[in-house]
Write a protein that binds this ligand. Sequence first.
Ligand code: FE
Ligand code: FE
Ligand code: ZN
Length: 277
Amino acid sequence: MLTIGSHLSINKGFEHIGMEAISIDANTFQFFPRSPRGGKAKELDMDDINALKELMNNNSMNIILAHAPYIINLASKSEKTRANAYEIFEDDLRRLDVLPNNMYNFHPGSHVGQGVEKGIELIADSLNSLIRSDMKTTILLETMAGKGTEIGRTFEELRSIIDKVEDNDKLGVCLDTCHVYDAGYDIKNNLYEVIDEFDDVIGLNRLKAIHLNDSKNGLNSHKDRHECIGEGELGLDAIVDIINHPDLKDLPFFLETPNDVEGYKKEIAILRNYYEY
Ligand code: FE
Ligand code: FE
Ligand code: ZN
């Protein structure tokens, strides 16, 4: 069974988002635990969370994915920006502790001219204090397109962050298909080689989720503009190969394509139809 869902809005609560996911034939979903631009998170409503738990149990929904706000930058030059990112991260992790089986995906950060090495060090420093041994959530580093001074455009950069984190059992990677293609990994023509390279550099045991997006731009463009499935530079065939790759087929896939809920429903139907297992 293909595990697939899309990004959905949490504005109407956890039970609502779970029902919305089921209504589009998704068996997982991604959400922002707070506004993507940061800001204060809503009080947790335990009744609502328990309703989601029950919904997930009854619909064999085994995992959900939270996405950290875009604005947080653990690699910033400004101590204030880093402290703010840390605070949001810590608060999100604390809240995710009470949610059913979940992972927390974040953009590693931008070094803003300090250099990749320095940026990696700052990110690892924060993770070393953020990760608690009793935490349930798995933290995912997202592969990035390499826009501006983004860290995480190569597998080596992600590996280097993981290596610098002592308690790294709860650390994984989310591979974004638009981002890696933009970053220069040719998953359209050489998917098997790219996945082997991921395995060599990071290890496939770290790969916990896929952001399944087509890209508006070509290989190596470093743009990060998502496109609907089959309408971008990757194309439907490449995306079908990705969901059917023997090392990827059992991972949860999350659509972040420019769609409304109805559009996600259509893409999920198409992909379920092309899934070979
Ligand atoms: Fe992202
Ligand atoms: Fe993504
Ligand atoms: Zn993106």
